[in-house]
Design a protein around this ligand. Structure first.
Ligand code: GDP
Length: 439
């Protein structure tokens, strides 16, 4: 996968290594090489331009992170910008909010639509769902037989109706699914060799009819630029919810998977990585960027350095806290951290020596929420220096956060108390810590 692109990029990065530091001249050369490699890998020119602009700007302004060499720093920047362009680190999950939920699959002929329908149904069956496949690709009779066969192989029913009228088949499948308690209905729709008006019209009508929870287009990653163009056309007409990019296992050059999010604004939700029924994966941009760039070792090293820096920062923050040197922004961050750990009750249960009856937990939770709202309504200056909070400022904040002046005063008191407690704690070296916390 992406072998060519990987090889090219590795070459670019190698050329940078050994250079004393990132200079405008060597960045310019490296950026040019990255640009050519991406264009050759069929990445859309607009995406290449955007990426190059971002990388250039960041690399030139960058202070190389401690313990990274210039080439590693450059790789880090390219990695981050690529992930960003591909939609960030998180996977955009398929979301089904009704029962039965509908997933409508669209795409050109040969893109892998029918196989994806079966793969997706199998994916849900494994999760304990009861999916139904609907064969509504009436233009290619073989597609219906193909889906029926695939359904038989994996033990999932396929609704075929009269095999002629797609809208009628789908309408009937709705009732069928409700009657037989199918919770997810996956509809395979008609594909053509090229986009044509009639097909689009039919797809629009199907969309209107079922108002699907997800409308996904399957795009063949081997097709290159044309695939991205048709993705754009489909999205313009149908307002898709996302994409499935298929055939990433072959010698796909990488262009489609890098370009599609930026060009269409819609996320890639799943990827097809082979012909077998299990060859469907959720898509995480950072994992693919890892594969595109190759260089597993270098990337893990960069991650480790970043983690060390985060750790160092956390330690410095803790030190600052112990000295009572924190503002309301830090205080908010602490509240968020506590809330991230789960409800306060379970947190306190973990602390030995805290008598349960002493802590009114529900009150504590509400208080945290209020505090968060209040701090969010402050200006950065106010958070930094709560001393400037006059009566009128407090009134404004109370209004903005839906709280009262008493709430704000209580927050300020808690904040002062925590500062004091922290200083005491430093002296006590942590003894009796929780008993002194203000909430
Ligand atoms: P449709 O016309 O869009 O319904 O396409 P099909 O589902 O019939 O797929 C066309 C061909 O692509 C079939 O031979 C599939 O086995 C193959 N195919 C689909 N997805 C993948 C994939 O992720 N990897 C590989 N290697 N082949 C795939």
């Amino acid at each position: 996968m992406f072998e060519n692109l990987q090889k090219k990029l590795t070459g670019v990065f190698k050329n940078l290594s050994g250079k004393g530091k990132l200079s405008e001249k060597n960045i310019k050369d490296a950026v040019r090489e990255v640009k050519l490699s991406l264009l050759e890998a069929d990445v859309h020119y607009k995406v290449v331009k955007e990426l190059i602009d971002r990388v250039k700007e960041e690399a030139i302004g960058s202070k190389v992170l401690e313990s990274l060499t210039p080439d590693q720093e450059f790789i880090r920047i390219v990695r981050d910008d690529l992930i960003e362009l591909m939609g960030g680190k998180e996977n955009n999950k398929i979301t089904i909010s009704r029962n039965p939920g509908f997933i409508m699959l669209t795409g050109l002929q040969g893109s892998g639509k029918t196989s994806t329908a079966a793969k997706l149904a199998n994916f849900y069956k494994k999760k304990g769902k009861n999916p139904l496949l609907v064969a509504a690709d009436t233009y290619r009779p073989a597609a219906i037989d193909q889906l029926v066969q695939l359904g038989e192989d994996i033990g999932i029913p396929v609704f075929t109706g009269d095999r002629v009228n797609a809208l009628k088949i789908i309408e009937e499948s709705k009732k069928y699914a409700e009657k037989l308690l199918h919770d997810i209905v996956i509809v395979d729709t008609a594909g053509r060799l090229h986009i044509d008006e009639k097909m689009m019209e039919e797809l629009e009508n199907i969309k209107k009819l079922i108002n699907p929870d997800e409308i996904l287009m399957v795009v063949d990653s081997m097709v290159g630029q044309d695939a991205v163009n048709s993705a754009k056309e489909f999205n313009d007409k149908l307002d898709l919810s996302g994409f499935v990019v298929s055939k990433l296992d072959g010698d796909s050059r990488g262009g489609v998977i890098i370009s599609i999010r930026y060009i269409t604004g819609k996320p890639v939700k799943l990827v097809g990585v082979g012909e077998k029924i299990d060859d469907l994966e959720e898509f995480y941009p950072d994992r693919y960027v890892g594969r595109i760039l190759g260089m597993g070792d270098v990337l893990s090293f960069i991650e480790k350095v970043e983690q060390d820096i985060d750790k160092k920062k956390a330690e410095e923050d803790a030190e600052r806290f112990m000295d009572g040197k924190f503002d309301l922004k830090d205080f908010l961050e602490q509240i968020r951290q506590i809330r991230k750990l789960g409800p306060l009750s379970s947190l306190l249960e973990m602390v030995p020596g805290v008598p349960k009856e002493q802590v009114d937990v529900t009150k504590g939770e509400q208080e945290l929420k209020k505090f968060e709202a209040i701090i969010n309504s402050m200006t950065p200056k106010e958070r930094k220096n709560p001393g400037i909070l006059t009566y009128s400022r407090k009134q404004r904040i109370a209004k903005g956060s839906g709280t009262t002046l008493q709430d704000i005063n209580r927050l300020l008191k808690s904040y002062d108390q925590l500062k004091k407690t922290m200083k005491q704690m430093k002296k006590l070296k942590g003894r009796k810590l929780m008993n002194n916390l203000p909430f």
